[in-house]
Design a protein around this ligand. Structure first.
Ligand code: ARG
Length: 463
């Protein structure tokens, strides 16, 4: 099979079929088609406006391009490997549709600035989608938090019971992470939203183009000030992969927690059938697949970040074909992050239920109130470090006796230190232990209620 000719008359032969397949990006960059057409429409309008082509030619180009988009959306435009990439595919179809005028579209443009435009338009759009999804995820977290201000859950450090916290406080930690993710993506969007269109192959163009006009047509905030930079950097894509990686880190941590919580050992949540699967062999099992997949998929996204960094590090200015490799990494990052946020949102909204009975048992059966005993003494004049050591001893003897702190009699307390009085029992009740941590950002109920109110305001704030 010989390939139809794509290149100028400098070329006499055609590509080896295997090399044609190797070289082609149409298999994946077709994903960019609507952005490619939008970029071409802006370019065509600019060419007409600056008189580089006639107004009529400009209109013909726009009509033809619009038609290709319709054909694509109706499933009637399926270019094969012979088209090489989406840019050629569209240009070729345009020429079929409108004749020789189609060949004028590429005046004062190169595929290098064209692909740079496409990928930025694509990413800008996807960033907006992901930010919207993050908002939904945050809303679910916030609703869940609002229902659980007074539900207590053991708080851990080193995965050892540390101090009980409000479940709402725990969930709001993820709300805050998602908030920063949302903000971070907003910042990445700013640096993605710059137009390389008109940078040409690398050095600009001899035609009297108006880059600011085409940038404006595409809602870009500005145009790259340096053509070499504009066609060859992908820093915005790396920033995006980095922001996406952080989203995945956050989702993966939450996944890990829900996996633990759903285990028989914790039993803090029960999974609903809509978000769990069974085992093909062990009939008693209910597996937390959603969380496990999110945790697993995070690896792919981190891989794409690494891949893009390595892709860029050795590239001399300006465009190099290596850059074709940015696309699948970007597309897969977008898709993975999107399905993961969606799945975790569903899991939280309707796929699991907190077991308040188990949570209540958990916070009442441990020594996570030990700090409060030390604080109790410290508030009564005993130096904290001395109180800390004393309570350490109490924990040790209680453990040996199979008792919890709440089981000690007042006499036993007073033998430990005369400062103990009847109110020690209130001070170490889990509810009081939580309520007392009323410092800003702490788990005290008052703080948590304020945090919920502030979070609600945040969600109402537009960009
Ligand atoms: N498919 C190419 C890419 O994704 C388009 C740009 C090709 N430019 C070139 N000079 N060969 O990067």
């Amino acid at each position: 099979m010989t390939q139809p000719k794509t290149w100028s008359d400098r070329f006499e032969g055609s590509l080896h079929p295997a090399i044609a397949r190797f070289n082609a990006s149409i298999g994946f960059d077709i994903e960019l088609i609507e952005y490619d057409i939008a970029g071409s429409i802006a370019h065509a309008k600019m060419l007409a406006r600056t008189g580089i082509i006639s107004a009529e030619e400009g209109e013909q180009l726009v009509t033809g391009l619009t038609q290709i988009l319709c054909e694509y959306q109706e499933g009637n435009f399926n270019p094969g490997v012979d088209a090489e990439d989406v840019h050629f595919a569209v240009e070729r179809r345009l020429t079929e549709l409108i004749g020789d005028t189609g060949k004028k579209l590429h005046t004062a443009r190169s595929r290098n600035d064209q692909v740079g435009t496409d990928i930025r338009l694509y990413l800008r759009d996807k960033i907006d989608d992901i930010r919207e999804q993050l908002r939904e995820f945050q809303t679910v977290l916030l609703d869940l938090a609002a229902d659980n201000v007074e539900t207590l859950i053991p708080g851990y450090t080193h995965l050892q019971r540390a101090q009980p916290v409000s479940l709402a406080h725990h969930l709001l930690a993820y709300f805050q992470m998602a908030q920063r993710d949302w903000e971070r993506l907003g910042q990445v969007r700013e640096r993605t939203n710059i137009s390389p269109l008109g940078c040409g192959a690398l050095a600009g163009t001899t035609f009297p183009i108006d880059r600011h006009y085409s940038a404006q047509q595409l809602d870009f905030n500005s145009a790259y000030a340096n053509s070499l930079d504009g066609v060859s950097d992908r820093d915005f894509a790396i920033e995006f992969a980095s922001a996406a990686s952080l989203i995945m880190v956050h989702l993966s941590r939450l996944s890990e927690e829900t996996i633990l919580w759903a285990s028989q050992e914790f039993s803090f949540v029960s999974l609903k059938d809509s978000c769990a699967t069974g085992s093909s062999i062990m009939p008693q099992k209910k597996n937390p697949d959603v969380s496990e997949l999110v945790r697993g998929k995070s690896g792919r996204v981190f891989g794409h970040l690494q891949g893009l960094l390595v892709l860029m590090k050795g590239l001399p200015l300006a465009y190099n074909k290596d850059l074709q490799e940015d696309k699948e990494a970007i597309f897969d990052t977008v898709k993975t992050v999107r399905v993961c946020i969606e799945a975790m949102t569903i899991l939280l909204r309707e796929g699991m239920e907190f077991r308040r009975d188990r949570l209540n048992e958990a916070v009442n059966e441990d020594f996570s109130n030990a700090t409060d005993v030390a604080d109790y003494l410290a508030a009564r004049g005993v130096p904290f470090r001395e109180a800390y050591n004393l309570v350490g001893k109490v924990v040790k003897t209680s453990l040996a006796a199979g008792k919890l702190l709440k089981d000690l009699s007042l006499q036993e307390w007073q033998e430990i230190h005369p400062a103990f009085a009847e109110d020690i029992y209130d001070a170490i009740a889990p509810r009081q232990v939580v309520a007392a941590r009323n410092s800003y950002g702490g788990t005290g109920f008052e703080q948590v209620r304020n945090a919920i109110a502030e979070a609600k305001t945040l969600l109402q704030t537009l960009e």
